[in-house]
Ligand binder design. Structure first.
Ligand SMILES: Nc1ncnc2c1ncn2[C@@H]1O[C@H](COP(=O)(O)OP(=O)(O)OP(=O)(O)O)[C@@H](O)[C@H]1O
Length: 259
């Protein structure tokens, strides 16, 4: 199956400020990977290195064995869709226009959008729960609505890899679980590789198949969330006392903190 992204030994500096040191992650089809870590630990910078938006000073990022820097922008966009932290959407477009932009990497030069492209966008808007907003002006949406539009655009791209930077930011609790459930379904049913930054450790525990825990730009640990998110790791990385208990609603492990 295609859509395997392998980052190996990635180091990155902004100017002479080293932000990532020797970070590796393998993003696999059908696997939900979460990048976690405190503010400033390098999560967004690492995701941007995976997305070809930044180039590592050391290390490699391979898509199905090919160095991503050697792929054209279009080629990479056909494989990987992204949902940035603060997308700029201040243009004169409707929700449907924005979502349809997800088809552009698949269109040939001068090729027009087909009924099939519109059907894919329609289905993505339905799944991201923005269909009823489709004729609305993008600048008149709430933060959470705009976030769901950007997710619909990424789904419309039909990527093999979906990379998201805090997709639950701005969303209310129902939409948070709806979007994470949708990502989980995409992994399971369509074999998409999902890699997402998450702040809520309980979401990482509940939805991710594997987590990468970053600490000051280095990998503290990586593996199945139940093995990585221990009270000791949380205390060492976040400096917060934590305990793992049981969620009384679903009986699953749940992390609580000293407040
Ligand atoms: N464009 C930039 N130029 C210089 N330094 C930057 C730039 N972007 C980020 N940094 C610095 O790099 C470090 C890592 O930032 P990054 O955004 O990757 O962290 P993060 O883990 O995603 O944080 P958060 O949880 O707050 O979103 C931070 O100390 C930040 O100040």
């Amino acid at each position: 199956m295609k859509g395997k992204l392998d980052a190996s030994g990635v180091s990155f500096s902004y100017g002479n400020r080293r932000v990532l040191r020797d970070v590796s992650l393998s993003v696999q089809p059908g696997v939900f990977s979460a990048i976690i870590g405190p503010n400033g630990s390098g999560k967004t910078t690492f995701l941007k290195n995976l997305l070809r938006q930044l180039t590592p000073q050391r290390g490699t990022v391979l898509l199905d064995g090919r160095e991503i820097r050697e792929l054209s922008r279009r080629e990479y966009a056909r494989a990987a869709g992204s949902v940035p932290q603060n997308p700029s959407l201040d243009y004169e477009y409707t929700v449907e226009d924005i979502v349809l932009m997800g088809r552009y990497p698949h269109l040939g030069r001068l090729q027009r959008l087909s009924a099939g492209d519109r059907e894919i966008a329609h289905e993505a808007m339905r799944r991201a729960e923005v269909l009823e907003l489709r004729d609305q002006h993008i600048t008149r949406l709430s933060g959470g609505e705009a976030q769901r539009v950007v997710i619909a655009r990424a789904l419309t791209q039909e990527p093999q890899i979906l990379a998201l930077d805090e997709p639950t930011n701005h969303l209310d609790i129902r939409h948070q679980t709806a979007i994470l459930g949708l990502l989980k379904d995409l992994c399971r049913d369509k074999g998409i590789a999902v890699v997402t930054i998450l702040h809520d450790l309980n979401f990482a525990l509940g939805y991710a198949d594997m987590v990468l825990l970053l600490h000051e730009g280095s990998v503290y640990s990586s593996g199945p969330p139940g093995e990585i998110l221990t009270p000791r790791a949380i205390e060492e990385v976040y400096g917060v006392e934590a305990a793992v208990t049981t969620n009384p609603i679903n009986g699953k492990p749940h992390i609580v903190y000293r407040t």
